[in-house]
Design a protein around this ligand. Structure first.
Ligand code: DX5
Ligand code: ZN
Length: 216
């Protein structure tokens, strides 16, 4: 299983050091939350920040687009150095085409489902994805509580992949800590996003290892 610290909870005055610290602690991916103030009620960062992060780490960059009209920004984020790009099904009326556009950039594509969005919404794009990201909070802010009712959806999505004979990562995002990490692993998740439970802790290495301990 992989752990993807979300820099949303990091100290932005020393973002480079923060990323180096989680890299040394054994992070597998760096999760970057892009919010536009329209799809979600918060504004964060754009391609320039992704580009800056690209220059200081070898870790794959997992760019979570919480924006309206994602098609307009795919190229910019790909050029900035994204390795994974995930788009919300709720913000992508032409989801199949959007995923194709991401693949055309030579990077990994993923679909994100809000807590209330059913698993069936990915049924017709199963051949076009490398990752499914299941939100375990409503997107927009870090530090929220894990929504337990999403757990059966993790298993449902895993079973859809098995039935269809395709492989993709199942990532969970929101309220992940050692306790909820374990529940997500049992349900079938393969990638854990963790913001506050890593960056809001004094000892990031210890925090990451505490999550790791629950998922080995
Ligand atoms: C929320 C973001 C998350 C957020 C998670 O909209 O997508 O990635 O950073 O933060 P925590 O781990 O604090 O819930
Ligand atoms: Zn996220």
């Amino acid at each position: 299983m992989k752990i993807a610290p979300s820099i949303l909870a990091a100290d932005f005055t020393k973002l480079g050091e923060e990323i180096k610290e989680v890299e040394a602690a054994g992070a597998d991916l760096i999760h970057i939350d892009v919010m536009d103030g329209h799809f979600v009620p918060n504004i964060t960062m754009g391609p320039a920040v992704v580009e800056a992060i690209r220059s200081i780490t070898e870790l794959p960059l997992d760019v979570h687009l919480m924006i309206e009209n994602p098609d307009q920004y795919i190229e910019a984020f790909a050029k900035a150095g994204a390795d994974y790009m995930t788009v919300h099904v709720e913000a992508s009326p032409h989801l199949h085409r959007t995923l194709d556009e991401i693949k055309k950039q030579g990077i990994k594509s993923g679909v994100v489902l809000n807590p209330a969005t059913p698993a069936e919404s990915i049924k017709y794009v199963l051949d076009n994805i490398d990752m499914v990201l299941l939100m375990t909070v409503n997107p927009g802010f870090g530090g929220q509580s894990f929504i337990h009712s999403v757990l059966p959806k993790i298993t449902e999505v895993r079973n859809m992949g098995l039935k269809h004979g395709v492989q993709f990562d199942i990532e969970v995002d929101g309220g992940i800590n050692p306790e909820t990490a374990k529940l997500c692993k049992e349900a079938g998740a393969t990638v854990l996003v963790a913001g506050s439970s890593i960056f809001q802790q004094k000892d990031r290495k210890k925090a990451l290892l505490e999550i790791r301990k629950e998922i080995v």
